[in-house]
Design a protein around this ligand. Structure first.
Ligand SMILES: C[S@@+](CC[C@H](N)C(=O)[O-])C[C@H]1O[C@@H](n2cnc3c(N)ncnc32)[C@H](O)[C@@H]1O
Length: 214
């Protein structure tokens, strides 16, 4: 189920500031070389990530779920000159592709890749150092990622979580066999009642939660 009409999607796709040629090439190579290219953020959502990053001007960003590094490069666009983005993924197989694009970007010295299970990697980091977080890995751990972050993050830190509307499936009353839908419903319920943060869901693409630690 698409949240927007095709007409609106086409209109939105025609009216945003274009992404770089490097990002366009990374998107097309991701579609040629990977089996689940739809996981990539893409042009419109990528511009949103870039704008949020530019508005928040983070010194340190943590991304959970790198895939081919498309969203990493979008988020890096807003980094302070001496800032850094750490991006985590458990899959090593796409590193050849990721590194090729990171090296061609303006941010190669500001990106640190960490390969491993995200929860384990997060335990080795000081989460209070990050100003912006992007949660975009396995849905089953969304609440675990969120809890770790919200406990440690400093006031004002911004947390983005992707896919929270799950193609509109969270709107359905019951979906007994769909574990991810149940998890995301619970995730949205929990965070909307969490008095440690303020939040709303942007109904963009697959839904992005925009959360700010109080
Ligand atoms: C939706 S993709 C990320 C897309 C990317 N953020 C973008 O917008 O282009 C999710 C990624 O999370 C990774 N992932 C899933 N579970 C993980 C885990 N427990 N630890 C680390 N990475 C994980 C997958 O390997 C996959 O590359």
């Amino acid at each position: 189920m698409s949240l927007f009409s095709n007409q609106l999607e086409n209109y939105l796709d025609k009216h945003y500031t274009a992404e770089s040629g490097l990002l366009k090439n990374l998107e097309s190579e991701t579609f040629q070389k990977t089996t689940q290219p739809q996981m990539l953020s893409g042009g419109y959502q990528g511009r949103l990530l870039s704008l949020i990053s530019k508005i928040t001007k983070p010194k340190n960003i943590l991304e959970i779920g790198m895939f081919t590094g498309y969203s990493t490069l979008c988020l890096a666009e807003g980094l302070a000159p001496d800032g850094k983005i750490i991006t985590i993924d458990r899959n090593e197989e796409l590193l050849y592709l990721v590194k090729k694009y990171f090296e061609q970007s303006d941010y190669s010295n500001q990106i640190e890749i960490k390969i491993g299970n995200a929860l384990d990697v997060m335990d080795q980091l000081d989460l209070s150092e990050f100003d912006l977080f992007f949660i975009d890995a396995d849905k089953s751990n969304y609440i675990n990622y969120y809890e770790k972050i919200v406990k440690a993050a400093k006031p004002g830190a911004v947390i983005l979580a992707d896919n929270v509307l799950w193609y509109g499936k969270v709107l359905e009353e019951t979906r007994a066999n769909d574990k991810d839908t149940a998890i995301l419903k619970e995730f949205n319920e929990t965070i909307s009642k969490d008095d440690r943060v303020e939040m709303l869901i942007l109904p963009i693409r697959d839904g992005i939660s925009l959360i700010r630690k109080l």
